[in-house]
Design a binder for this molecule. Sequence first.
Ligand code: PLP
Length: 399
Amino acid sequence: MQEEFIKKGLQYLANTYNRFPIVVTKGEGCWVWDLNGRRYLDFLSGIAVCNLGHAHKNVVEGVVQQAHKLFHISNLFYIEPQIKAAELLCKHSFGDKVFFCNSGAEANEAAIKLARRYSWIKYGEDRYEIIVMENSFHGRTIATLTATGQKKFHEGFQPLLEGFRYCEFNDIDALKGCINSKTCAIMLELVQSEGGIYVADKEYIKELRKIADENDILLIFDEIQTGMGRTGRFFGYEHFHIEPDIMTLAKALGNGFPVGSMIAKEHVMDAFVPGTHASTFGGNPLAMSAVLATINTLIDDGVIKNCEKMGMYLREGLKRLKEKFSIITDIRGLGLIIGMELSINGDEILKEFMKEGIIINCTKGNILRLLPPLIITEEEIDLFLEIAERVFERFERRV
Ligand SMILES: *Cc1c(COP(=O)(O)O)cnc(C)c1O
């Protein structure tokens, strides 16, 4: 039966993903089940989406209750759960106002438009350039693809959008060299995740904030992957003791319900007025019920603390594996966004993990990316480490 579905998938779906050869039909906590009833430990969380694990009862209840009341009504009206969600996001972040949309790319589009508009109002037509980082990832729409500093994603899609300048990540002198009279914003991830789990330096971010302040340049943090507790703080920027002017969220914002948001300081968000930006589905009641349940659970259930603790526990375990196996060349990350760099290609290793009942991801060909749900337990991490040891042993013998 599973084979049949996979065949049909290959026939009818756009070939935009290299898919794992299983059909996942059910999830609970850190575990998922395929169509044959086989169980897997999920160390990917739908790519940093299901931070509370699968089928979390609070999110399920929130969405089901809202579904009975009102699916959709449009932003021509005030929407109760949307206002509550915006208030919660502002109370727990640097932000004063929130724009809701449906995905990460859309959140970044909104941030790019807001930065341009803010600068246009204040400084006129010629100040629109956004500095973005080499090796970054910001999405697949034309604007966010342009913002993405990786050539392989650009191939065949030119001409890209005007007004972006690429800069070496974590290099303050390079940044100074990129700034000119046209610069209106700097946009970056605090942990480059698709790029291979590279964490921003504390000094670099501090300096970035200073330079942005001195030149009235907006600082945009793409926290689509690092937000919502993933790094062991509610938002990644809290590790750096500074605040951005604009932040984008998506992925775990609705714990699996498709939703994105762009959060900004009031004087920045004021550049948007009725007619400048919009989204039909953005902030729809159903999505907002998922956001409310997700935020409340992250806070009330100590999930972020657990992430910090389990992140340390997992990294310690991985470092022990690194001591043992020479094919593991680096362990890095923050909280539960962790990269394991290998001296060999990771594709075969992924397959072995899958055979052993564990789902992980690989980026850049040789960097294993671990993104377990933030509710993961010590027992589940121990199981992962035990299996990882078995898998690496097989590959260590081969090289
Ligand atoms: C996933 C991701 C995006 C794109 O989000 P989509 O919802 O896929 O459009 C943008 N930036 C970062 C850092 C991401 O991890």
